[in-house]
Structure formats: C-alpha cells, structure tokens
Design a protein around this ligand. Structure first.
Ligand code: NAP
Ligand code: MG
Length: 462
C-alpha cells in the first residue's frame, strides 16, 4: 500500500520530529502493509501552531469561497473513490463492495452537503435590536476512530472548514492510510496552508497531546466512552468546548404487528455490516414473547447465510475482545444459536457471525458494547417491558422500531432515550443530526446541526 512518510503540516508533507512509526496491518491476513509516522507532542505542537496561524485569514474568507474549496474537496474525493475503497479494505478489512458502497460513498455525500451549507447557511441574523454573528469557534482538534475511517474524518473536517475553523486531525492508528488520502484530497482542493493538518500517531501520545493543547478551542472526538470521558475532563478543566460521539448498545424493537421476517433480516444485516463495528448498530433485538421463537430461528438462519461474506474485525486485539464477550455470553447462560468464539478461518482476525437467544437485560452482552458481529435477542412481555429494556443501558445513540402501523412505531420511538431511530427500516440520512443521548455523547454531527457545533455567536446591539 502506498503511504506518505511524513505528516501533513502547513500545506506540505514534512518529516515528523518523532522517529517512531506505526505498522499498518491488513486484518485479513495479519501482514504489515505500510508504515507511517507516529507523531509526538512536538509534532502536535507544530501542527496546532500552524492551524492557529492560519485561523484569522480562513475565518475571514467569504463563505462562498469556503464552499468552493469544499466542492473541490468533494471532487478530489470522487476522483479517488476507488483508491479510497481499496485502502479501507486493506487497513480495516471490510469487503470491497461495502468499502465502495459505504466507506467511499457516504463521505462524498457529507462533503457535498457541507459545500452546499457553506454557500447557503446564514452566518448572520437579526434578533430585535441585535445582529448576531455566527463565528468560527477557532482551532479544532479532531480525533477519530477506525471503524468508518473516512466518514468520521469528513463528518468533522467538512463542517469545521465550512464554519471557518482550522483543524488538526489525529486519526486512529489502525487506519492512517485513509486519513493520508484525505489529506492529499484537501491539498488538491486548494485549501490554504495550515487550515488542515494531519498528524498520524498513537492515542495516548499524539491524541492526548492534541486534546490537552492550550492552542485548541474545540475537541471533537469520536471513539470509546472511556477515552471520551477522559477528554471531556481535560477539556472541562481548560474550559474548552467538546463534541463527543461515543459508544452505543442500540435496541431494534419489533412490535407485535410488524413484518417479522423483514425486521429480523434487516436487523441481522445491520449488526453484521462492517463486521459489527458500527457504533449505531442495533445489537439488541427485542421481540414479543409470542413471536420470540420464530424470530430466533429467522435470525440464526440469516446469520448462517452471512457466513463467508463477513470481513475480519480490525485487529488481533479487537478479535480477542469480541471472542471474550462471546465466551462471557455463554458463561452467563445465553443460548448460542449461530456462530461462537472459534475463529472461522486460520488466518486473519475473523469472528463468526454470532447470535445469542435467551439474553436477559442484565447480562454483560446486553449491556456492554461488543463492537463485533454479535447479536443478542431479548424477550419482552408487553410494550412497557420493551421500553424499559430498550432504555435500560447507559447508552442512547440509535435504534429501530418496527410495527404494523407507522404511527405506533413513532409513538414508541418518541419514548426511547436515544438520538436516532429508524422507523420500519427507514434509510440513513446524511443531513439528519447524528449523536447520542446519555453516555453516547455530547453534541451532534452532520447537516446544519453538525455545522452549529463549530460556530459561536457574537451579538451586537444597536
Ligand atoms: P478509542 O480507543 O476511544 O479511539 C478513538 C480515537 O481516540 C483514536 O484515534 C485513538 O487513538 C484516540 N485515543 C485513544 N486514547 C486516547 C487518549 N488518551 N487521548 C486522546 N486520544 C486517544 O476507540 P476505538 O477503539 O478506536 O473505536 C471504537 C469505539 O468508538 C467504540 O466504542 C465505538 O462505539 C465508538 N464509536 C462511536 C461513534 C459515534 O459516532 N458515536 C462512531 C464510531 C465509533 P488510537 O487509534 O491510537 O487508539
Ligand atoms: Mg490495522
């Protein structure tokens, strides 16, 4: 795989001050495919200074010009979409068709949406005798995970640039090559030097140095709740704004009148996509006791059919973690109806598509985020019971409701403590605000709500 041997700083690829390296591994076979710099505190400091120096001019750029740069960025990503898909497959392991249809394609829609928003958003409003200006919040630290490596970068960098902010990005150590392709696209798009900077590196080194840097105004983090909590504490002490997109344990609630086969099949596909490494995956399926046995049978068959089409999980560590959860599910008395802890292949970090029945709400596999291809099916007695179970975790990122009547599904969804609910299989909308209730996060990404995270208001009275 092609890799840059530097970090993208102040408009050019430059050698990192740190001599450390990250080995990028193909999870399908465990082989090292590239090496990139593991930047340190000095590299982060240089990058933040570059972003700060570039801020006044970029913040003063007319929104139409920022829109033009974002359109050019979208076009540069379009030109690289095949390379992006191949790179995501190489370092994340998702099957190529999924990389093409999702990992490469969704960011194009998001980048395009921010090109349009930059051009059309009203950065100024009248409120009584005041004029309120929506001004960029400043220098943004973007820290992203590996599971949707390009989407998570674009969902932060595009609105930041649209708002007039400058950015330092620290991508996940497992997927730095996709981040490098993104930096190349930013460069091609003619974004001025220093407005966007990329430092590849390790979370506790480069990530922490970035989150703690006094030159940063907003830390936008996507990743685990454990690290998010730490980042929020550090930022809180410095009175710095944070946006956190964290974990999930979403419920797929199948009400008695629903099309059971459709709800179960779509639900299984939702969990198995990207090998279960989706923060908003509906990893708990809730089924009424009258339909429970039939749903379990359908889910087991659907998971078995998935079999060989599933990719590996991202790393050996992630594979061990997911297998540990499967063993714990068995130990706590859940009934394994598909898959299991044994790796289905000799090479690579594969986990079999796994389904548990007879899962009770307090079991570890019903409470903790597994981040692998593991579905838990829970039984409920009535709607109130279903609601208690659905809301009974610390998370609240997403969910689904299926019912015979749409209004019935909507009424149930309105009572769920969660930021996103798909009604009878509603499709992902890249313009709708995405983010968590409870410990799934703070703030929203995507669309106009995502743009607002990067703006602060100034009121002038007349
Ligand atoms: P993670 O360990 O929290 O890592 C996320 C990012 O933070 C990575 O770039 C990581 O660097 C960095 N990091 C790690 N420790 C840090 C520290 N002490 N200070 C600053 N940065 C640090 O999460 P992950 O395992 O990569 O991703 C999986 C998790 O992300 C899951 O819990 C999932 O639900 C969540 N997620 C949430 C969303 C959402 O939108 N809500 C989306 C995707 C994923 P390294 O790569 O070097 O560790
Ligand atoms: Mg890797």
């Amino acid at each position: 795989m092609k890799a840059q041997h530097g970090i993208y700083l102040d408009g050019a690829w430059r050698p990192a001050a740190s001599q450390d390296e990250i080995e990028v591994v193909d999870p399908a076979d465990g082989q090292v495919i590239a090496r990139v710099p593991a930047g340190g505190a000095e590299d982060i400091d240089t990058a933040v200074r570059a972003a700060r120096a570039a801020l006044p001019a970029w913040a003063a750029t007319p929104p139409a010009e920022r829109a033009a740069r974002l359109t050019a960025l979208r076009d540069a990503l379009v030109a690289r979409k095949d390379e992006i898909a191949e790179t995501v497959t190489a370092e994340l392991g998702s099957p190529l068709p999924f990389s093409q249809a999702v990992h490469a394609a969704v960011p194009l829609a998001v980048a395009g949406s921010y090109a349009e928003l930059a051009a059309t958003h009203s950065f100024e409003e009248r409120v009584g005798n005041s004029t309120v200006f929506h001004e960029p919040i400043g220098v943004v630290a973007a820290i992203t995970p590996w599971n949707y490596p390009l989407h998570q970068i674009v969902a932060k960098v595009a609105p930041a640039l649209a708002a007039g902010c400058t950015v330092v990005l620290k991508p996940a150590e497992d997927t730095p090559l996709t981040a490098q392709l993104f930096a190349e696209a930013v460069h091609e798009a003619g974004v001025p030097a220093g407005v966007f900077n990329l430092v590849t590196g390790l979370g506790p080194v480069a990530g922490q140095a970035l989150a703690e840097h006094p030159g940063v105004d907003l830390v936008s983090f996507t990743g685990s709740t454990a690290v998010g909590r730490q980042i929020a504490a550090t930022a809180g002490a410095a009175v710095k704004k944070v946006a956190l997109e964290l974990g999930g344990k979403s419920a797929n609630v199948i009400l008695p009148g629903a099309d059971l086969a459709k709800a179960v099949n779509v639900g299984v596909a939702n969990v198995m996509a990207n090998s279960g490494q989706t923060c908003s995956a509906w990893t708990r399926m809730l089924v009424h006791r009258d339909h429970y046995d039939e749903a379990v049978e359908l889910a087991a068959a659907a998971a078995a059919k998935y079999g060989d089409r599933i990719g590996p999980v991202v790393s050996a560590g992630q594979q061990a973690r997911v297998r540990g959860y499967i063993e714990q599910g068995i130990a706590e008395g859940a009934r394994l109806v598909a898959g299991g802890p044994e790796s289905p292949r000799e090479r690579g970090f594969f986990v079999a598509p796994t389904v548990f029945a007879d899962v009770t709400p307090q079991m570890t596999i019903a409470q903790e985020e597994i981040f692998g291809p593991v579905l838990s099916i829970l039984r409920y007695e009535d709607e109130e019971d279903a609601l208690r179970i659905a809301n009974g975790t610390v998370y609240g990122l997403a969910g689904a409701v299926w019912a015979g009547e749409e209004a019935e599904a909507v009424a149930f969804a309105r009572r769920m403590d969660t930021g996103q609910v798909d009604i009878n299989g509603g499709r992902f909308n890249p313009l709708a605000p995405f983010g968590g209730y409870k410990q799934s996060g703070v703030g929203r990404e995507l669309g106009a709500h995502g743009l607002a995270e990067y703006l602060q208001t100034k009121s002038l009275q007349f």
